[in-house]
Design a protein around this ligand. Sequence first.
Ligand code: GCU
Length: 612
Amino acid sequence: MKTKFTLFAFCAMLSAGVMSQTIKSVTEPLPGPQIINVYARNHTLLNGQWSMLIDQYDVGYMDYRGNVINERGSFFADDGFSKHPDRLTEYDFDTADRLEVPGDWNTQMPELYYYEGSVWYRKLFPFNPQQDKRYFIYFAAANYEAVAGLNGKKIGRHIGGYTPFNFEVTGGIKQGENSVIVKVNNARRPEGIPTNHCDWWNYGGLTRDVMIIETPSTFIRDYKIQLAKGSYNQIAGWLQLDGPDKSPVTISIPELKIKQTVTPDADGYAQFTVKAKPKLWDCDNPKLYNVILATDKDTISDRIGFRQIETDGSKILLNGKNIFCRGVSIHEEKPYGMGGRAFSREQDMVLLEWAKEMECNFVRLAHYPHNEQMVRAAEEMGILVWSEIPVYWTIHWTDPETYANAEQQLEDMITRDKNRANVVVWSVSNETPRGAERLSFLKKLIAKARQLDDTRLVSSAMEKEYSGPSTVTILDELAEYVDLLSFNEYIGWYDGNSDKCDRMTWEFSVDKPVFISEFGAGAVYGMHGDVSERFTEEYMADLYKRQINMFENMPQLAGTTPWVLKDFRSPRRQLHGIQGNYNRKGLISDQGQKKQAFYIMQEWYSALKSRY
Ligand code: GCU
């Protein structure tokens, strides 16, 4: 007789004093190398309704002594096979509730609004695998830790809430009905990336697309095709095959009449350069070329733009032309009060259209890599992107696993988006406290970013410091290692009142472009009052005017990304009647209403547009 997994079971465990067991002997394999440009491949989306089980004590994963269960008894092994009358089974995916995938769980079930822990997902799906093909299950993201299983067997584990990962399932995926099970745990961890304290909602779950990818036995897994660094008449690139054959690969860009064949080395890797003078991608003409890579077994095509991004002293040069980054910071949260993680092109387009309406040519995708469609949509719209990993606030700088996690997330971010012309900044951290261990940690990350991709700018959102009563500068040792002097400042909000902006002078000892990665103030849309009253639209608008006046007198300024496009959820924002779990610094309310400050930014950016 099968009994359902019940709260009673939890209480029984509780009484046995099995609380707060740490998980021992974790042995699940790590994901395979990331496959890029997956939407251009043969893929079967597994989106839709998945069965779900809330497992606050991980009883489906470890025994009451904290040992990982690797055979029957774990939810992986027993799924669909628990029809054993002689055995107590205390869960039932068949009769369980459902969650929509992709999507965070917090905004799908009231009881999961604040939930932090494990949720099990199961999807039954028909499949018809072909003999000479390979199959991978690909997760565009799962926040924060995922352990996946297919047809009763665990296939691997991934940590990191905002980057893609895939496991090969060739031979495991079968004819007819298949069962994929994933345990996602969004518990915040002090040693995590991000750590356990951050100013955004901890949306958990399978927050982006899940799919099965089909490839030939040998396929083109990864490639980079961009203008050679510093050149306007040479395209340089490399490609990586995955599989036994090392047959020649042809790279074609028909519109440029390019067709070049290269022979990969014994590891399936090949580099190439080709003479070309492509029409350059830029914000006004976001030109993309159809690029096709093909072997005798595999063909993959991508739309790639060609441009140069560099700095010259305090200038940012796009294709050699001095630009001002008219930006805005964006959290990946759905518009119009839906709340929850944005994951679709439609939701992304709303956010990007708002940015465009504010005369932006740049977005800072904070504080973690956003979904791939967001980056690609911005590329098609001519919007430059700053992309970052969530090395945020107080990280465990001396923990080697924490560093490895940060570096893996950096690598996965760069791997996925390195062919996107509009991505011009990789940022390694946000508002991290200065110190020797932190500097060592971030210097290594910066070196890794440059090793993976030396064609883009590397940055970090540092913090301002006072060198006099109203003289501000950057003393952060990191300034020597990054390409932009980017920092967050909240003069007039956390630091004095708005009129303090009028008294500031700025001194920079490093001749690099200055980039204000955050400034702003909170306001409730529609709340009006005296300009001195915080949280009124008038206070926010007045602060923005004074900030802009301050910027007009700031040396070396090359870009601003005010905090933030839209009000967003954060457990840190509790002021009743004003915040209600929302950070109210949005230029647009969570309902999509534009505050007065939106129009002040729009006016300034419109004027800047004509000055560059
Ligand atoms: C910080 C931080 C943001 C946060 C903001 C705020 O600068 O980088 O993540 O939301 O301040 O306090 O609103």
